[in-house]
Design a binder for this molecule. Structure first.
Ligand SMILES: *Cc1c(COP(=O)(O)O)cnc(C)c1O
Length: 286
């Protein structure tokens, strides 16, 4: 897949070469890394003759809407097991997923886990994809994010939730350095989760845990101001859950001389913009 690359060294006020791989632009709904993470699961499901895809997520999940949309395009029924009671007012994510034909099944938060799939869905008819697309096939798909890049980079930087994307990129990047910005607070499992997906001999991504802004889907004014500034100068929209934190982290790392001179840095813009709809209107300028 051919993707746009934006040069952003000026915005970061650095002589290092800093570019952005705009996965946010590949599809209006299945934006970013989710499409890559899903592709081999969907192929596997087809090969196994499954008619239905079952997966998990929250009410604003990029993975849920991506699975609903990609599943529909590929001719699957989809079931989304959603964390929390059925809300009186559906989020745009859930409305959109339902409009794509996804069947939504709500599980109270304290019971929500992949072990608690309702019995009627715990059958062989459904092809199960883990929450966030975590797993070897997800990492194999994420590895293809780097396909078709013609330039050489010394550092790949990405946001990490389950770490599937970071692992896939590390597997594809070979000896290059991968820096993963954890968007969860104190997610010390992440290291092991990523390690389980790395091919043998591949160096583990460097995990940074200081840019979560309070935790998963938490934010502070400084993050939103930064996202607006980035948009104003570069017309690059980011989301407050993942990519805003990634770009913020990279700016901070550059200011702290984290990257050696001569570095060529590629930020992976992993999409997720629909999540911004959970913010009050007007919070962001885009
Ligand atoms: C899901 C998501 C991530 C995290 O990907 P993992 O493979 O789970 O680490 C990063 N960015 C965006 C925009 C996402 O939606």
């Amino acid at each position: 897949m051919q993707c746009t690359i934006d040069q952003v060294s000026g915005f970061f006020q650095t002589t290092l070469d800093v570019s952005v791989l705009r996965l946010d632009k590949i599809h209006p709904v299945i934006s970013g890394n989710k499409w890559f993470k899903l592709r081999y699961y969907l192929e596997d499901a087809k090969a196994k003759g499954k008619k239905s895809i079952l997966t998990f997520g929250g009410a604003w999940s990029n993975h849920i809407i991506a699975t609903a949309t990609a599943g529909k395009i590929k001719g699957f029924n989809t079931v989304g097991i959603i964390r929390g009671e059925e809300p009186a007012i559906f989020s745009p994510t859930l409305l959109n997923a339902r409009a794509q034909g996804m069947q939504l099944v709500f599980i109270p938060r304290n019971e929500y886990s992949e072990k608690n799939i309702p019995a009627e869905y715990r059958t062989d008819d459904h092809y199960l994809i883990h929450e966030g697309g975590y797993g070897d096939l997800g990492a194999a798909g994420a590895a293809t994010i780097l396909d078709g890049l013609t330039e050489n980079y010394t550092h790949y930087c990405c946001a990490a939730g389950t770490g599937t994307t970071a692992a896939g990129i590390a597997n594809a990047a070979k000896e290059k350095q991968v820096i993963a910005i954890s968007v969860l607070k104190n997610n010390r499992n992440l290291k092991e989760m990523i390690k389980a997906l790395l091919a043998s001999g591949v160096a583990a991504p460097e995990l940074l845990h200081d840019y979560h802004f309070g935790g998963y889907s938490k934010y502070q004014p400084a993050l939103l101001e930064f996202m607006n500034e980035l948009y104003k100068h570069m017309q690059i929209p980011t989301d407050f859950v993942y990519t805003g934190k990634l770009f913020y982290a990279v700016r901070d790392l550059i200011q702290k001389n984290f990257f050696p001179s001569g570095s060529r840095i590629l930020l992976i813009h992993s999409g997720g913009l629909q999540g911004n709809l959970s913010l009050r209107k007007g919070t962001l300028m885009f």
